[in-house]
Design a binder for this molecule. Structure first.
Ligand code: GDP
Ligand code: MG
Length: 604
């Protein structure tokens, strides 16, 4: 145990976490330089393409420091950086004794990074502040270091300056991990307690969990038990990732590795659960288990319509695809629904908009499905006149107004870090989204930390993009859910050519209904292609039209090819065209392109 160091990297997206991980793999000889691909740990195709880390990946490195008598085992867990995945970060922290706090010298510390760093400190981890990208001309290493040290109350001398790209300073990082991060503690002789901090499904092996052995040891083939779930299985294999799997006879106290179970679903091997041995089990599970609940819901339908034509085959494909994705993503939930306009589909729950976007893209790309994803919504709590309550995740299912006593919406507490010069714009943005301010404090290097509260619906819509716009990209955001609060909320429906499009319905605050309605209509006008007839677009609340737009008919001059003289011929053609238009109008239905459903998100 003396020779083990368990650490993770806390960083904002793009600040260089994966690049630093690459350098560490290289310097420790874990991966030969010729086998090196960029961002080696980001294995999923989508992760590479978008340059973001979605699933966390532990890797074991052996490093023999100069003049040392033996190698040191360094376990690194790469973590995702986006707000939607913060639960994955928090569980990583509890598997480590130390964290590198990596900050881009051209960007400064971001809100989410700060939130994670504070959490790491509270959990007793040693923080090593590292300023990255010092090779860039725009880098301000000294100022960034001062700000980081001050904000987190760390000595300025602790800061290490590196370029993950060139490798400068990386050896110093390795040294700091050895010298500053404490070796794991734990009771080797005690009954096994191992923390599950990730799990994935493998079609051949069953569920494979990433674990941190906290007490005792875990031999391969042992009968194991998950303490929270109360389920038993066998440890078919145990081992470590280097980054290829390396089978071990056992995992000892303080080690991080993988555990191959015979479980068929990751729902049985929940992150945060504790593994113990069936023979001589531990008495208490490890603390901190929490279930994540989805915060954004949307309908997923097929472009072809679930039931028409050859659609049922595609519906089966969609169901299978969601099932496959859910096998590896415990935070994705879904259930079948039937929509009049959109056919058979699913109502799915996500952690946030990025999560939704990633799932949508994976369905389209990996399973080749043309999809309609309806306007995302947050969950609402409906208190009914008969005393009951219900949680609403689909605006289309809002009960009749006469049955509703009150609608409550979720609120979030947020922390924003921005430049002092952008404070006004940020305050304006928050106020415009019905937010309230709790506190504003000035940090070093002209940075302000703003604490505020905001309805979650307004946060998930487009707040993040708006914030980026208002702060020239410098503003960053962390949030946490607080409670449900009653508000005058109504359902806003949309009609296209006189027909309701249920997938476009949203629940909005009365005071925001007008603005929202107009914005959506403008977007629809942009997106829906004109037809031979005029298309009416209407926004409706409780049957009352509150805003309308028209899409003018496409002009097609049927007489263009004729010379001026032949008037009767011209008139005949125009007559014919008129009839055609009337017929089309009667047959009527206008196709709403799939982009429209996503576009209604935007508020401005
Ligand atoms: P992550 O999102 O935190 O994993 O960040 P990445 O490691 O993917 O890096 C984001 C971008 O910054 C990539 O284009 C990297 O090549 C670049 N980058 C990372 N570290 C450095 C550095 O030290 N100097 C420079 N110039 N670029 C870097
Ligand atoms: Mg990365």
């Amino acid at each position: 145990m003396r020779n083990i160091r368990n650490f993770c990297i806390i960083a904002h997206i793009d600040h260089g976490k994966s690049t630093l991980a690459d350098r560490l793999l290289e310097r420790t000889g874990t991966v030969e330089k010729r086998d090196m691909q960029e961002q080696l740990l980001d294995s999923m195709e989508l992760e590479r393409e978008r340059g973001i880390t979605i699933k966390l990946q532990p890797v074991t490195m052996q490093w023999t420091p100069p003049k040392a008598d033996g190698p040191l085992t360094m376990n690194l867990i790469d973590t995702p950086g986006h707000v939607d995945f913060s639960y994955e970060v928090s569980r990583t922290l509890s598997a480590c004794e130390g964290a590198l706090l990596l900050v881009d010298a051209t960007q400064g510390i971001q809100a989410q990074t700060l939130a994670h760093a504070v959490q790491a400190k509270e959990q007793g981890l040693t923080l090593i502040p590292v300023i990255n990208k010092i090779d860039l001309p725009a880098a301000e290493p000294e100022d960034t270091a001062k700000a980081v040290a001050k904000t987190l109350e760390l000595p300025e001398d602790d800061v290490i300056f590196i370029s993950a790209k060139t490798g400068e300073g990386v050896d110093e990082v390795l040294g700091a991990i050895r010298d500053r991060v404490p070796a794991p503690e734990g009771a080797p002789g005690a009954p096994l307690r191992a923390l599950v901090f990730d799990s994935r499904y493998d079609p051949y092996q069953g569920v494979v969990a990433s674990i941190r052995v906290v007490d005792g040891s875990l031999p391969a083939r042992a009968k194991i038990k998950l303490m929270v779930a109360g389920k038993s299985a066998e440890a078919n294999d145990v081992g470590v990732l280097r980054p290829q799997p390396e089978i071990r006879k056992r995992l000892e106290t303080g080690e991080i590795g993988y555990l191959v179970t015979g479980f068929k679903s990751i729902a049985e091997v929940r992150v945060g659960d504790t593994v113990t041995q069936a023979a001589g089990p531990a008495k208490e599970p490890l603390p901190g288990y929490r279930e994540v609940s989805p915060m954004v819901f949307a309908g997923i339908f097929l472009e072809s319509g679930g039931s028409s034509g050859g659609g049922s085959g595609d519906y089966g494909k969609l169901r299978e695809a969601l099932g496959k994705l859910a096998l590896n993503d415990a935070s994705l939930s879904y259930e079948p629904v039937q929509s009049q306009a959109l056919g058979q589909g699913f109502r799915a729950g996500f952690l946030g908009l990025l999560h939704l976007d990633i799932i949508r893209e994976r369905l389209a790309r990996e399973f080749n499905l043309g999809l309609v994803v309806t306007a995302p919504t947050v969950p609402y709590e409906i208190r009914l006149t008969d005393g009951g309550t219900l949680t609403l995740t689909d605006p289309a299912e809002l009960p009749d107004v006469t049955r509703i006593e009150e609608i409550a919406e979720p609120w979030a507490e947020l922390e924003i870090i921005c430049r002092s010069q952008d404070l006004g714009a940020v305050q304006q943005l928050i106020a415009a989204r019905r937010g309230t301010f709790a506190d504003t404090r000035f940090a070093a290097a002209e940075r302000v930390i703003v604490q505020a509260e905001l309805p979650l619906a307004n946060l998930v819509a487009d707040f993040y993009d708006q914030l980026k716009g208002a702060t020239a990209g410098y503003g960053s955001l962390a949030y946490e859910l607080t409670d449900f609060r009653a508000a005058p909320l109504v359902r806003l429906d949309f009609l296209v050519a006189g027909e309701a499009v249920p997938g476009l319905s949203v629940i909005v605050h009365q005071g925001e209904a007008d603005r929202r309605a107009r914005a959506v209509l403008a977007k629809l006008k942009e997106i829906i292609p004109p037809a031979m007839f005029q298309i009416a677009l209407q926004a409706v609340i409780g049957g009352k039209v509150i805003a309308r737009e028209n899409i003018s008919p496409r002009k097609k001059d049927v007489t263009a090819g004729l010379y001026g003289g032949d008037v009767t011929r011209k008139r005949k053609l125009q007559e014919k065209q008129k009839k055609g238009k009337a017929r089309m109008k009667a047959e009527g239905s206008v196709r709403v392109p799939p982009e429209a459903f996503v576009a209604v998100l935007g508020q401005d």
